[in-house]
Design a protein. Sequence first.
Length: 434
Amino acid sequence: MASTPLSRRQSALGSDSRRASIDPSRLVPMDKVSALSGTGDFNVVFVGAGNIMFGSDEGPWNHSFRFEHKLGPRLKVVALIDPAVDRAAAVLQKKCETFVKSAYENTRVYKTLDDYVKNYNRKEAPRAFVVGSPPMFRGTTQPGRDIELQILHHFPDTALFIEKPVATGPSSEIDEAFKVAKAIEEKGTITSVGYMLRYLKAVQMMKQVIEENNLTVMATIARYACAYEAIAKPDWWNKAKSAGPIVEQGTHFCDLSRYFGGEVDISTVSAHSLEWDENAGHLSKMSIDETAIPPENRIPRVTAATWKYASGAVGSFTHLVALQGHDYSCELEVYADGYQLKLVNPYVQPVLYIRRPGSDHEESHRFPDDDPFFSEISVWIDNIEDIEEDPETSHILCSFEDACKSYQLTWAIREASERSRAERLKIQAEAGKQ
Ligand SMILES: NC(=O)c1ccc[n+]([C@@H]2O[C@H](COP(=O)([O-])OP(=O)(O)OC[C@H]3O[C@@H](n4cnc5c(N)ncnc54)[C@H](O)[C@@H]3O)[C@@H](O)[C@H]2O)c1
């Protein structure tokens, strides 16, 4: 596959995350997309047979479903890599019982990428890898946790889609994620990272307002309140397993804040947390047994952070593990001279409120049927197929390097909150001694 078109698009994206955008009118739902102009089988390898790939009751994500709609009968999943082979076999069996059978009837299951490479059939060369394995197994340069580098080595011309976050190892490994980003850039591999909120029509409309009015962002204010009652994965509640709610989940809003605010001056990040062992941190409806998690690995209930962007603008983010029920409550406000752009409920039913100069009125915009999971897959495939001739359209909105920067910000927030907790405990202990 030629890498020239990619280089053109990726240079359009560049390292400044504030420039790239898509005209919101180009983001159309699955059922309104006109037929893809490419031809022939589109061979894909899926890494991970879990919820992000095949769906669950926890949310609208389900990459396989979007691939089926984007590629129709052209889709051929040539391999599914997952150490849980029974789970992989079960999802394939289910697919083969439906009208999308032709995409999965010849899919081979492998426990590891190495097994796939050993049994590789050139006639079924993949055009793309979709990596949805847990982040603790990727994003580094270490054997067994370096799947991106292994794919680059064995399949240098094959595109990559990687789920967020890029990794969840210790913060000392963040540099390794940046090394992976460099290797991807050097190879010119078409790569997209799954920060799908960037592809929301509402988000692209915010970009449009900023670009058309030549605005300079003054502040981003983000709030992410998850519905903890619905979170039943024990690993999510264990910092040693998932790296905690900022790195694993708040990452979406840290990324979106950066998308509008630009580069963060990491040295300015400060944060406070409300922890599980403080009176206000008691939760009455957890669906897991937290006593099975070592105290030092239990997650904070509230984390509130502020930082400076390189531009001088100020960012703030509050993550809460506080709500019950099912739906999350999330908002992002972006301010510029005379403007307030307020994105409400991006996960469930996005609404964008805009206040403009010279008026106290708040316009509201709704986006029924918007599907950012489809848009991110659709744009990525269009880039692989190079069917978009206009270099100003259909940019991949999040490169691996950009995603590394969001990962770095989330770790900086977690570590700043842990430092401030340690300082507070020290002061309390000293006061107790007196
Ligand atoms: N963008 C979103 O909104 C969104 C939503 C859900 C999940 N995700 C992301 O997708 C990723 C996977 O999450 P999930 O919910 O599907 O998890 P999951 O636990 O449901 O599935 C992960 C699968 O990967 C398999 N696996 C483990 N080690 C592997 C390895 N080394 N190679 C290949 N497969 C391996 C597991 O056996 C499991 O089947 C995470 O990074 C998560 O943050 C993103």
